[in-house]
Design a protein around this ligand. Structure first.
Ligand code: MN
Length: 249
């Protein structure tokens, strides 16, 4: 059977490739069969005042002088829906950071803040797992954070809830619980930069694409994880996510 597109010559068949790459990872969408494919994972640094203080920065100074700063994780770091996460190699200080995850269904460049929510597909909760000792050394030596933040399985993320169902939450309790004990306890309303502001700022740096996932920073109370720990990240009214830290791969 001849495909009408190739017959018309408007589209060539895909060229042969030297290797096969795995499909992009994807997230479940609550109540739907169709999944959300994840392209890139963007993260924002210190976005809650109390966490900025625990990381020894003055949030007021930041807000007045500096735009938010971003880093990224590869999409292969995604752990869709949580589950086992092997303790990463070459670290002695793995930290949890519970974060609101924003999934973009549309892209854009230099998006105005008052248009930014139009890009959003939905929301979930993620864990920005961090090799804190590696990050501290990178900071002190002026080196990149890539391997402190973007290691394998560093981005567990829950199912998504479409904004068509829950709107665009700007408040809601966000917690991280380790073995039943609350470690992080904040509220989305404490974010220094709001979701529309973050989208607007990031879109000045790069062209946002459909499938981008944005981790929006973590409240105070980050702390260490050990093999055997069970971490639950939760945002009330949105989603929850459970991860078990297992022996190194
Ligand atoms: Mn983070």
């Amino acid at each position: 059977m001849v495909d009408s597109k190739s017959a018309s010559g408007s589209e060539q068949s895909a060229p042969a490739r030297w290797i096969e790459l795995a499909d992009r990872p994807s997230l479940q969408v609550r109540g739907e069969v169709t999944r959300f494919p994840v392209g890139r994972i963007w993260c924002v640094g210190r976005n809650y005042a109390a966490h900025a203080r625990e990381m020894e920065r003055d949030p007021e100074r930041r807000k007045n002088l500096d735009p938010p700063f971003f880093f990224s994780k590869p999409s292969t770091a995604l752990v869709p829906g949580g589950g086992p996460v092997p303790y990463p190699p070459r670290t002695n200080l793995l930290h949890h950071e519970a974060e609101l995850a924003v999934a973009l269904g549309r892209g854009g460049r230099a998006v105005a803040a008052d248009q930014a929510l139009g890009l959003v597909f939905g929301y979930g909760v993620g864990l920005d797992l961090t090799r804190r000792d590696v990050q501290a050394e990178a900071k002190s030596r002026g080196r990149p954070w890539s391997l402190a933040k973007g290691f394998d399985a560093s981005a567990p993320c829950s199912f998504l809830v479409p904004c068509s169902r829950i709107g665009h939450p700007s408040q809601g309790r966000i917690t991280a619980t380790v073995n039943g004990k609350v470690r992080q306890d904040g509220d989305l309303s404490e974010q220094i930069w709001t979701v529309p502001q973050l989208i607007a700022e990031l879109s000045k740096e790069i062209e946002l694409l459909p499938g981008d996932l944005l981790f929006t920073g973590t409240p105070a109370g980050v702390g260490p994880l050990l093999v055997g720990d069970r971490v639950e990240a939760r945002i009330e009214g949105i989603a929850s996510l459970t991860v078990e830290i297992t022996a190194p791969a």
